[in-house]
Design a protein around this ligand. Structure first.
Ligand code: SF4
Length: 376
């Protein structure tokens, strides 16, 4: 029986799609082999080291993450060592990277890997996804890079590249747009030829997005797949991907009191279920300077205003007015508020050993407390 014209058209378009995918794969992989950046976590296939790098890179730039990753895997080189480390040590190694929930989840997941998988990370994406803090992206990264599985991943870079290659005009963060980019990523990785490494492919996609197909002003002139890119052909590369505008995060007003001498300062540790949970910082509060000073038992009139700092989180913007005063000789201090579980006088030289946020550093700098030796 002869095929209908519609069936023939459909077969033709499937064939041309396959040819396009093949051309994209070989052009991008050849470019990646030549141009890939030499990053420390690309020199290993240790699943644990790759897991740490992928977790750090979720919200952090490569150059910021690099020294943290090097120190983290040097001090805690195995899943076992991470599982056995106290949370305070894990958070101290993470201090300054932000999004501390990532570190806490990884810590919990390491304990489960030891208890349920004999200390070895599972190779399959589905098993990886059952671990705390491991979503579809991280599971895809570990399974493909460390274990060579043909599993897709989509992060912001990959979504942008795919939206441009295939001229996806849906909002890539909407349910439909995200499903579409995941389907494209799966199609591309599943069709890799023997000898084409899924880990290389996924990293090549991310690398193109990070270095060439950048959000603004994509460098189409030097792009290895320009001849295959639909957005480039139509002249709409810089209009894609489409993403609905985010609402500005609400501003939250706080006040912090820095009490210090030349050698020590007062720090309080936040409750583990509070924002910045488990981290040390100068006491702060939302209900104003007089209330915070009263809880600490200091005279607000003896404090001087040092200025304010602004810290932007994913869902809120903090503006913190900083007041500074002398520490005095008192040894016992009351908790500064319900978000804290411990308060103590800490020698300045010990600051680097205590987990603290970038916001805490900003506050200390504003109060002119010397924090030399603490990583920024
Ligand atoms: Fe991105 Fe331009 Fe390359 Fe297309 S041609 S993938 S838009 S850099």
């Amino acid at each position: 029986m002869s095929k209908t014209p519609a069936a023939n058209d459909c077969r033709e378009s499937t064939r041309s799609l396959e040819a396009l995918d093949m051309a994209l794969r070989s052009a991008l992989l050849a470019w990646y082999a030549r141009e890939r950046r030499d990053l420390p976590w690309r020199r290993t296939r240790d699943p644990y080291a790759i897991w740490v790098s992928e977790t750090m890179l979720q919200q952090t730039r490569v150059e910021t993450a690099r020294p943290y990753w090097e120190r983290f895997v040097r001090e805690l080189p195995t899943v076992q060592s991470l599982a056995e480390a106290p949370e305070s040590r894990v958070l101290a190694l993470w201090s300054g990277l932000g999004y501390y929930r990532r570190a806490r989840m990884m810590h919990a997941a390491a304990r489960r890997v030891v208890a349920e998988h004999g200390g070895r990370l599972p190779a399959e994406a589905e098993a990886l996804r059952s671990l705390e803090g491991v979503g579809a992206y991280t599971a895809g990264a570990i399974a493909s890079i460390a274990f060579g599985r043909r599993v897709a991943l989509v992060d912001g870079n990959v979504a942008r590249v795919l939206a441009r290659w295939f001229a996806v005009t849906d909002d890539v963060k909407s349910a439909g747009g995200s499903a579409r980019t995941w389907r494209l990523a799966e199609r591309l990785v599943e069709g890799l030829a023997p000898g084409q490494e899924p880990g290389d492919w996924n990293q090549a996609l991310m690398e193109l997005g990070a270095t060439v197909c950048t959000p603004r002003d994509p460098a189409c002139g030097g792009c290895p797949v320009a001849a295959l890119c639909e957005a480039h052909r139509r002249g709409i590369a810089s209009e894609l991907p489409r993403v609905a505008k985010k609402r500005q995060p609400a501003t939250q007003q706080r006040v912090a009191i820095v009490l210090s001498s030349g050698r020590a300062l007062l720090l309080a540790r936040r409750r583990s279920d509070a924002l910045f949970g488990g981290l040390w910082e100068p006491p702060s509060a939302e209900d104003g300077l007089p209330a915070l000073a009263a809880r600490l038992g200091v005279d607000a009139n003896e404090l001087r205003a040092a200025g304010h700092v602004v810290h932007v989180l994913s869902h809120r913007r903090l503006r913190v007015d900083v007041a500074h005063g002398p520490l005095g000789a008192r040894r016992r201090w009351a908790l500064p508020g319900p978000d804290y579980e411990e308060v103590r006088v800490v020698p300045l030289r010990e600051l680097g050993e205590r987990a603290h946020s970038t916001l805490a550093r900003k506050i200390l700098r504003m109060a002119n407390v010397p924090i030399g030796g603490v990583r920024s």
